[in-house]
Design a protein. Structure first.
Lengths: 337, 292
């Protein structure tokens, strides 16, 4: 049984809390939020104990680990405080605002030997996991080019503003949305290290971009492009799709379907030369509690297992999330210069 | 409840196993009359229940039904509320407070309307009731004997252990709408025990049940045992696991299970609708002893 505290009950926080609440190896020892409306509801209707500041929660409950799901600008100070105290951390994406902040946290986490994970849930979706296995197994040969697309209906008209519409607080399509796609490309292809072109476009937002179009290059010199638009209402919900072309084949993958073309007869088991299609029901992992998607439960399961020493804690580490922060900064700087 | 219920995912571009198919369906069903025509195929095939989300487009469909001179008089509608993506997208954009402000009807901060009073007195149950009313307004005048809570909300409340809210929803649906409350969930075993713990017996629960074990949290075997050992009126959904399993194998499996009172399916063509209906009828005859 692991004692977990949760800091921040926004959209992701409430979802994590529900998953943790149903988790047989977890005791949720305290929940922290500064909004009295939110803590009032939690206090009144759930069995969880509420706090309006995290220090009191830490002192009273002594958690083994915390989930940090506050607005992005608070990630760095809160995570720093936790790992300095030797508390294991799962923090929401993106990791930090700016690459410098994150690199210090990686060092502290390493020094204090804390389990660290960032909430890039796509890496727990069966289709992307399978695509990664095929790529890393060399079955599509050397990667020639990649193209990533991500769309959704988040900001579809001019409206009232929250922290997500303030660039200095981690708002905007690049940091809040495109981060998912960048992180996935870093995982499937290789970390992006160079930007060869970037357009950040505001469609409905006043202060931040609603779309990001960029030509990018990985550390091993592979070129690709990304296009992200969170103001596209032709998509019912967030949709992420990546096409990867290799010397021996091609992959088209999104969160529901994996399509692979193999040029040769050397394919992974269960595939054959030519086109192959697998759908999420053939690739998803069974979870004990489901809310919105297997991946949200799977990433929490992975974190809890890491706390119990049952895995290597090498998926979505601070380090890999920091690589993503880096790319975000590169795209921003390219645009500003 | 009827044995076969017709669903609406295909009309609104909801496809759990293909984003691509989802888009082509959204294009196909752009016109409301195309949706109605497909519902007509289901009615012609002998189905008299349409289970649908409180999607914005249902406002028009419900209008067309009301204005069709009694053509849909015998059609029962099982609304499923809320259309969760509307709220999920709003929460990302507006925050939790902003979403409540946007969707709770009436002048939220006014003190005269129920919403304002409810907020100021922190009467969250009344806010929930107002949101239920707002979602169900579109079905006024149509027959809605069972009203469902969508899985995103059911499962969120389940994980949070919000028993009082679930009980309040349950009582409100009975009292205000003279209907039976139902629950869509991806967590059948856990939901049955939660409902049982608050005194709700023999509940109507709509959940993924399929031969592949897809989205059956805790595993297929646990579901089979849960169905066998509990008093529950289960509705099987995602019986074709999103469309990639052979229909005869998939339907034989659900027809063979105890306590599966109804089967929910959606299809876009007359051929598929009729094929599914006849397969269910065929396997029901084969497993006749299981049907209540």
């Amino acid at each position: 049984m692991k004692k977990i505290g949760l800091i921040g009950i926004g959209k992701m926080g409430i979802s994590h809390l529900s998953i943790l609440g149903a988790h047989p190896q977890v005791e949720v020892v305290g929940v922290v939020d500064t909004s009295t409306l939110v803590t009032d509801i939690i206090r009144k209707y759930t069995p969880f104990k509420c706090y309006d500041n995290y220090n009191t929660m830490l002192n009273e409950t002594k958690p083994d680990a915390v989930i940090v799901s506050v607005p992005t600008k608070y990630h760095e100070p809160i995570v720093r405080d936790m790992i300095n105290k030797g508390i294991h951390v799962f923090v929401e994406k993106p990791f930090c605002i700016g690459a410098e902040q994150g690199s210090e946290l990686i060092e502290i986490a390493k020094k204090n030997k804390v389990i660290n994970q960032v909430g890039y849930h796509n890496k727990f979706i069966g289709t992307f996991i399978e695509a990664n296995k095929i790529i890393k197994g060399g079955y599509i040969g050397d990667i020639i080019h990649f193209s990533g697309e991500m769309n959704g209906p988040v900001v579809t008209k001019r409206k009232e503003e929250t922290w997500r519409s303030k660039p200095e607080e981690g708002g905007g399509c690049l940091m809040d949305y495109a981060a998912h796609l960048i992180d996935l490309i870093n995982y499937l292809v290789a970390p992006i290290k160079k930007i060869n072109g970037a357009d950040l476009i505001s469609i409905y937002s006043k202060q931040v971009e609603d779309a990001v179009y960029s030509l990018v290059e990985t550390e091993n010199g592979i070129h690709g492009n990304i296009q992200v638009n969170w103001s596209d209402e032709t998509f019912r919900k967030m949709a992420t799709a990546i096409t990867i072309i290799g010397t021996e084949g091609k992959i088209i993958v999104d969160s529901t379907e994996l399509k692979v073309y193999f040029k040769n007869i050397e394919t992974p088991k269960g595939y054959s030369k030519g086109w192959n299609t697998k759908q999420i029901n053939q690739l998803s992992t069974q979870v004990d509690f489901y809310l919105r998607g297997e991946e949200y439960s799977s990433q929490i399961d992975y974190f809890i297992d890491a706390l119990e020493g049952k895995n290597a804690n090498d998926i979505n580490t601070f380090k890999s999330a920091w690589e993503t922060d880096n790319v975000i900064e590169l795209i921003k700087n390219y645009k500003n210069n | 409840m009827q044995r076969i219920l017709f669903g609406d995912n295909q009309f609104f571009g909801v496809n759990h196993v293909s984003d691509e198919k989802s888009r082509s369906q959204a294009i196909k069903f752009k016109e409301d009359k195309t949706i109605l025509k497909t519902i007509d195929y289901a009615i012609d095939g002998g189905i008299d229940t349409f289970m649908c989300t409180t999607h914005d487009r249902m406002i028009n469909i419900a209008d067309l039904m009301r204005n069709s001179l009694g053509k849909y008089e015998n059609l029962q509608i099982y609304p499923c509320l809320p259309y969760a993506h509307k709220y999920a997208n709003a929460v990302t954009e507006l925050g939790i407070m902003g979403t409540v402000k946007q969707y709770v009807p009436g002048n939220f901060f006014g003190s005269i309307l129920k919403g304002g009073v409810a907020y100021l007195s922190k009467d969250y149950i009344s806010i929930m009731e107002l949101m239920v009313d707002a979602e169900l307004k579109m079905f006024k005048g149509l027959s809605t004997p069972v009203i469902f809570l969508q899985n995103v909300i059911t499962d969120l409340l389940l994980g949070l252990g919000m028993k009082d809210i679930i009980r309040a929803y349950h009582q409100y649906i009975i009292k205000k709408y003279n209907a039976e409350p139902g629950y869509i969930t991806m967590n059948l075993p856990k939901m049955i025990s939660l409902l049982d713990s608050i005194g709700i017996k023999n509940p109507i629960i709509c959940t993924s049940i399929n031969v592949d074990g897809f989205r059956m949290s805790g595993g297929k075997e646990l579901y089979e045992n849960t169905l066998k050992n509990n008093e529950v009126r289960a509705i099987a959904m995602q019986v074709l696991s999103g469309g990639s399993t052979a229909p005869n194998k998939a339907l034989e499996y659900v027809c063979s299970l105890p306590n599966v009172q109804s089967i929910l399916f959606g299809a876009s063509s007359k051929e598929n609708i009729n094929e599914t209906i006849s397969l269910i009828n065929y396997y029901d005859e084969k497993y006749a002893m299981h049907i209540a």
